[in-house]
Design a binder for this molecule. Sequence first.
Ligand code: NAI
Ligand code: MG
Length: 392
Amino acid sequence: MKRTVVTMPGDGIGKVVLPEAIRVLDKVGFEAEYVHGDIGWDFWIQEGNALPDRTIELLKLHKLALFGAITSKPKDKAEAELAPALQGKGMVYRSPIVRMRQLFDLDISVRPCQSFPNNPLNFIRRHGNGFEEPKVDAVIFRQNTECLYSGVEWTNPPKQVRDALETHPAMKAFAKVPGEDLAVSCRIMTRGACHRICQAAFEYAKKYGYASVTVCEKPNVIRETSGMMEAEAKKVKKDFPEIALWSTNIDAQMMWLTKNPEDYGVIVAGNMFGDIASDGFAGLVGGLGFAASANIGRDVAVFEPTHGSAPKYEKLQPSIVNPIAMILTAVMMLDHIGETEKAVRIRAAVAAVVVEGKVRTYDAMHLTGGPDVIAQGAATTQQMTDAIIAKL
Ligand code: NAI
Ligand code: MG
């Protein structure tokens, strides 16, 4: 069956890396029709909407998308860059990614952090006179729509809110704080969403043979929300007797990942702690040039690299950024739709290029990005893709 995939390159290097992933998909024999979707800063400037309705319609229709990256800028810059005709109309910039996640209830974010042997950016551990390089293979399941990202927040909360808060005994500590000096961001979590992310984490662990699922929250202190996540994890675990359930606190988890990251398999967390844990683990396996992610809802799934639009590299000719994050993102899409054999082949091709170590982009050479990295032996974006394609 020929698939239709909505491609949303977005801004900056999103426009550079997304076509590279398509080159790899073509080469592996994935038959698809690609339909372009507008998203990002240009559409904010021209239309006052970074996620135009026509793109939303495309996503509704085709349900499967590859996304590059977007640029977002602070409030004052956003207003200043709007087309003159749109200025002063009270338009408010909203992140198209956050909107997309909420509109389509893309509540499950999956972020695999798996090291490729011989990647010079891998985590290493010193012992005696030498070092060891444990294989890191953690997959973070991050609840993608709730928690501190729910958007329910105030500085100087309205009276009803303040009154409601003051019904809680712990608010006594803040009783004397003037409204304008009081900021409140609500950490809202629902049982259904906690259950779904835990269920997805366990199913994944079972499908791919992970021995454990670790719920990474802070239930000893954040008793209600973290407590709910942990309680749901325990319920779900009952259906997976062969998989261990561990619980770590987010702060301790950050320490463990600098000591024994190889001990962890699937990790599940709310939005904020999932964000932190996934960046932490990504840093052990190559960082932004290697980090892929999926946003999965009941109907729609959107796949994107973790990195942003890196505007400073957008116009560099030739391009120097690492296309591997975007290519691994396409691999996640293939896995999701059951094109497992093609996914395995691309991953193996990426691994083969990394192991060989002949073709490396600047990030994997520990260089500072800039036009001179090519003269220092770094591969261009296109050369890296070519090397992967050659291995296919
Ligand atoms: P960024 O991820 O765009 O770049 C940070 C740095 O990481 C870059 O300067 C570069 O040194 C490195 N980097 C990123 N991708 C790379 C790649 N493929 N290969 C090699 N090196 C790579 O984050 P930054 O600079 O904080 O944000 C830039 C813009 O991107 C902002 O407007 C921000 O709002 C947006 N952003 C968008 C995201 C998204 O679309 N999902 C996520 C993060 C930031
Ligand atoms: Mg992040």
